[in-house]
Design a binder for this molecule. Structure first.
Ligand code: AMP
Ligand code: GLY
Length: 428
């Protein structure tokens, strides 16, 4: 099979890495890719935002399967464009991607399907949203409240408002000043819940599902979950609290009802459905968000544990024939991945710094690249906020974690920083 992976993050490097191990693969391309994907695939300088050109290129290069990484292209209809040309694609159509690209759509779907999710009110108008807050407070209700922009906002669309002033300022930002553009014209005002976050990826062919191994992601920039929200600073798999009973319950009460609801509404989901969950101390799972694609950095710790052929699974999803291939099989090894980021991320950061030391890592450490590029002289340099995800496997999360942290200081670029507590909760 000739395969094209679309995207340029560490998630796409991990996808390329896993696909490159498939006996079915004959040629792998990544567009636009990064300094890491170039080691397992041929990078192609396509602009994925121009979906038609990508489809033209895929047709001209006899690509058998295209795997889409990032949500913005899916929301823009890249899968629809590929399908309209008869090209096989892994990733949902724009209509089904709304489970991620519209939090209001997702919330209404969940409520209608009786899926456990925090209570929320949806507002298209600023005045009604403010009136709701006035009423909410007058009735003696308190804070925090979670305010969410409806649309895609690259991690900037969720604010935890600690009081009425913060809530009103957020509504003003999103709905009046339009700081997120169109994404914030509709908002959700949501109940704030507590618990431990869990990411569950599910391969879905429109009706059948194969869940992947569970993982935990760390979204905040600094240790102890302080600092700003990021794309994710590290992850590990499997979390001890994700017991078979909990996973079975999530499948039955969350995944199946949502997959069935999407299919019933004429928008079957074919791709990777990512349930972002909060699990309470009593073990009750609730959905915080859905994504319509692999998560980053969870993919970097889930795929190294997969023992079967990712390419076969992805092709079966694209064909709507998941029943024709065996389910995923997982290694007993645990994985821990730590993101090495540029100083200043998720805010402003400088780039173009030489990266050294990758050749001094222990041979079993995997360095998935995100913001890296190879200069004409061969020097690897930083090009983004998240630069690398270093991943180790071990008999336990604790062992995997110890191996990553024993290696991480060998990687050097100016301003390199990382969280030191990824997977630490598994030590208790
Ligand atoms: P999201 O972009 O929807 O993943 O939200 C970003 C982060 O906000 C999540 O990872 C949670 O930590 C937090 N969050 C979102 N919704 C809620 C909620 N209803 N209650 C508490 N925390 C939330
Ligand atoms: N790890 C969070 C995300 O991919 O959205």
């Amino acid at each position: 099979m000739r395969v094209l992976v679309i995207g340029s993050g560490a998630r796409e490097h991990a996808l390329c890495w896993a696909v490159s191990r498939s006996p079915r693969l004959t040629k792998l391309y990544c567009a636009p890719g990064n300094g890491g994907t170039a080691t397992v695939a041929e990078n192609v300088a396509l602009d994925p935002a121009d979906s038609s050109s990508c489809a033209d290129w895929a047709a001209a290069h006899a690509i058998d399967l295209t795997i889409i990484g990032p949500e913005n292209y899916l929301a823009g209809g890249i899968a629809d464009i590929f399908m309209a040309r008869g090209l096989r694609v892994f990733g949902p159509r724009a209509a089904a991607t709304r489970i991620e690209s519209s939090k209001a759509f997702a919330k209404r779907l969940m409520v209608a399907a009786n899926v456990p999710t925090p209570r929320a009110e949806i507002f298209d108008g600023y005045d009604e949203a403010i009136q709701y807050l006035d009423r909410y407070e007058a009735e003696g209700n308190g804070y925090p409240l979670i305010i969410k922009a409806d649309g895609l906002a690259a991690g900037k669309g969720v604010v935890k408002a600690e009081n009425g002033d913060e809530a009103r300022a957020t509504l003003d930002d999103f709905m009046v000043r339009r700081t997120l553009g169109e994404a914030g014209t509709t908002v959700l005002i949501e109940e704030c819940i507590t618990g431990t976050e869990l990411s569950l990826f599910v391969l879905c062919d429109g009706q059948r599902i194969y869940p992947l191994a569970p993982a935990c992601d760390y979204k905040r920039a600094l240790d102890n979950d302080e600092g700003g929200n990021t794309g994710g600073m590290g992850a590990y798999s499997p979390p001890a609290f994700a017991t078979p009973e909990l996973l079975a319950r999530i499948e039955a009460t969350i995944v199946h009802p949502v997959v069935e609801a999407l299919a019933a509404q004429g928008m079957p989901f074919r791709g990777l459905l990512y349930a972002g969950l909060m699990v309470s101390g009593e073990g009750e799972p609730q959905v915080i968000e859905f994504n319509a694609r692999f998560g980053d950095p969870e993919t970097q710790v889930v795929l190294p544990r997969l023992e079967n052929d990712l390419l076969e699974l992805c092709a079966a999803v694209a064909d709507g024939a998941l029943d024709r291939v065996p389910p995923p099989v997982w290694s007993d090894a645990a994985a821990c991945g730590v993101v090495v980021a540029s100083r200043g991320y998720p805010g402003e950061y400088a780039k173009g710094f030489p990266i050294t030391g990758l050749d001094t890592l222990d041979p079993d450490i995997i360095a998935f690249h995100a913001g890296t590029a190879r200069e004409p002289d061969g020097q690897l340099v930083t090009t983004g906020g998240r630069v690398l995800t270093l991943v180790a496997l071990g008999a336990t999360v604790a062992e995997a974690r110890a191996r990553v942290y024993a290696n991480i200081e060998r990687v050097y670029f100016e301003g390199a920083r990382w969280r030191s507590d990824i997977g630490a909760r598994e030590l208790r």
